[in-house]
Design a binder for this molecule. Structure first.
Ligand SMILES: [Ca+2]
Length: 448
């Protein structure tokens, strides 16, 4: 293995010049293992030559021991030109692979990522509580602590600032860090934060209805019909008729206006009465209502947020996430089932969730098909706590001096922006988190 030893002083630079810190420790397993925190094992080290936008760096692979598991991480350490800071990249989906370090490295950050404690190739990880906890939150934390410490040792000086960025499941990792490990990062960017169990439950309730009968299924042309109708009803409600529904909260759209008349007939003549290309069957209307409506508990509280009106159509809309590019196939009992190829993304994440992640104890007899929120809530409680970043009290992170940036597109068909907006309002109305009391409407929030 090519070894690298760069001994250099910290450059003292004038205003406007980048900090250029050189490595103080050899880029080798032995040298870095000697500097690694307790419980951290370095498994591979190599110097990666400069390529396109990324300068040469020392790549460190290793794992951190936690009770019952080992969490893999990868750390990239610029061999020169370190900007003094640390950047951690989150990962999407159900984790199980290490994210790219290039974004941070290209800007001179010491950069890290983790597989969150399991491999995506391991079908049994969801039956291991330690791995579930590491996917939920702990894996990111221990990987961040270890890789920051190795970075500081490599340059023989503390990391000036540490940042986390992630989207989707990476946004969920971001919110978990903010809520549970407020000392890890100084700045956190959470995009489209996933909410774990509630989000998956919302999907399950939609699929229970949509796949119960072909009459309920939303084929691509029906989604396009709906999308045209919501755009016609809502486009100008945000103050600008531009083909975009920029604030769905400003529009009230009633999907029942699209219901087929009982005598409607398909243009090709092979459709039964009550269905046609320019309207929705009552079963389809109910499917749409469930997507917009989310899931409420018996006590009226929202458990899963519904999706905002707008941008249902197009290849990245409901077709990609909810209904699927490959339509489901009718089964002997009259229900529909997806094949294994090109499932809708929401289904592909929800199905394994209820198979091996959602319940306190895995149950082979259980699936999304039998989920009943009110009945099953006690069985979902433990994993909801492990997977779902729902705590709005960010006082510890504020006390640390941390900054949080959250973004979420209204048109996200996989994770509801309405939930993120509601979390923001809960957070900013938590006493002492946001004393000026701003809410998502840009107005001082009412205080109870
Ligand atoms: Ca508009």
């Amino acid at each position: 293995m090519r070894k690298l030893l760069l001994l250099g002083a910290i450059a003292l630079l004038g205003p406007g010049q980048a900090l250029d810190v050189l490595a103080q420790v050899e880029c080798s397993v032995a040298s870095l293992q000697a500097k690694a925190p307790k419980g951290t094992t370095i498994t591979g080290v190599s110097v990666v030559p400069a390529a396109e936008k990324v300068a040469s760096y020392c790549r460190v692979d290793g794992h951190v021991a936690v009770p019952g598991n080992e969490v893999n991480f990868r750390l990239g350490l610029p061999t020169s030109g370190w900007n003094g800071k640390f950047y951690f990249s989150g990962i999407g989906g159900l984790g199980g692979r290490i994210g790219s370090l290039d974004k941070g490295l290209a800007r001179g950050y010491a950069s890290a990522s983790t597989d969150t404690g399991h491999s995506a190739d391991d079908p049994t990880w969801g039956s291991n509580r330690a791995k579930e906890i590491d996917y939920g939150h702990r894996g990111t934390h221990v990987a961040a602590v270890a890789s920051k410490a190795i970075a500081a040792a490599f340059y023989a000086q503390p990391v000036q600032h540490a940042y986390f960025e992630g989207c989707s499941n990476g946004g969920r990792q971001a919110m978990m860090e903010v809520q549970r490990y407020p000392e890890d990062f100084d700045g956190i960017i959470g995009g489209h934060p996933a909410t774990g169990t509630p989000m998956q439950a919302g999907r399950a309730i939609v699929y229970q209805h949509m796949l119960a009968s072909p009459d309920n299924f939303l084929a691509a042309e029906k989604i396009e019909l709906l999308s045209r109708a919501t755009l016609a009803a809502c486009d100008d409600k945000d103050g600008l008729k531009d083909g975009l529904i920029t604030d769905p909260r400003a529009c009230s759209f009633n999907v029942e206006t699209l219901t087929c008349s009982p005598s409607a007939q398909g243009a090709t003549g092979d459709k039964k009465n009550g269905d046609a290309a320019d309207c929705l069957t009552p079963g389809q209307v109910t499917t749409v209502k469930k997507i917009y409506g989310g899931v409420k508990m018996k006590d009226g509280k929202t458990f899963a947020y519904g999706f905002p009106v707008g941008h249902e159509g197009g290849p990245t809309g409901w077709r990609a996430w909810i209904s699927g590019v490959n339509p489901p196939v009718k089964q002997e009992d009259g229900s529909l089932a997806y094949g294994t190829e090109r499932q809708p993304s929401g289904y592909g994440l929800m199905e394994p969730n209820f198979r091996f992640l959602a319940l306190d104890n895995d149950d082979p007899k259980y699936s999304w098909k039998v989920l009943d929120i009110d009945r099953d809530m006690p069985r979902l409680k433990t994993m909801t706590e492990i997977l779902s970043p729902l705590d709005p009290d960010l006082r510890p992170y504020k006390k640390h001096g941390g900054k949080l940036l959250v973004y979420h597109g209204w048109s996200d068909p996989g994770i509801s922006a309405a939930g993120t907006v509601d979390y923001f309002d809960q957070m900013t109305t938590t006493p002492q988190v946001c004393p000026t009391g701003w809410n998502s409407g840009g107005e001082p929030a009412a205080r109870g």
